[in-house]
Design a protein around this ligand. Structure first.
Ligand code: FES
Length: 169
């Protein structure tokens, strides 16, 4: 017997071609793009990007068909979520298993040695915020980090510091 079909929900296009959005989509699709998947989705965004910013919150709101105010409210209510840090530039170091095994700790140590910040902190002059993520979706490039949205793979501490120096005064 034929069941009446609901109009198919068409998920919105991701904000850009960063492949981490695919991981977010997988999490939302797994829950049928239902509103109750909000917290899990925000966790996935944070795991992949290191923090939640306006772009990701808007995308999640559109995809789950929730008011942005609700998504923003949940993101700010729970302490487990990190909103976009105040630093002018951001460096997100992946501390997921593959990156950890390949030396993400050295990357963090290198940054801490030079800028005196740990994940979750921002330099005193607000030029750089350091964050960690659980998987950038680039495990084949471990250890990986993202500087101002650009993914750098197979990094050593000096290499990553060089990339950071290019953007931070
Ligand atoms: S564990 Fe680091 S990119 Fe996947």
């Amino acid at each position: 017997m034929e069941h009446k079909r609901h109009a198919r929900f068409v998920a919105p296009e991701p904000p850009n071609n960063d492949k981490r959005w695919k991981l977010i989509d997988v999490a939302m699709r797994r829950n049928g793009y239902a509103g109750h998947a909000l917290i899990e989705t925000l966790h996935t965004v944070q795991d992949c990007f290191g923090f939640l910013d306006g772009m990701s919150l808007k995308y999640v709101a559109r995809s789950l068909q929730l008011p942005l105010s609700k998504v923003f409210g949940v993101a700010t209510f729970y302490h487990m979520f990190t909103l976009k840090p105040q630093g002018e530039h951001t460096c997100v170091v992946c501390t997921g298993t593959a990156c950890y095994i390949k030396g993400s700790t050295e990357l963090l140590d290198g940054i801490e040695g030079k800028y005196a910040i740990c994940p979750g902190q921002t330099t005193k002059n607000n030029s750089l915020s350091l964050l960690s993520a659980r998987c950038l979706g680039a495990c084949g490039l471990a250890p990986a980090a993202v500087v101002d949205g650009k993914v750098f793979g197979n990094q050593t501490a000096p290499e990553l510091l060089k990339e950071i120096e290019k953007v931070v005064e």
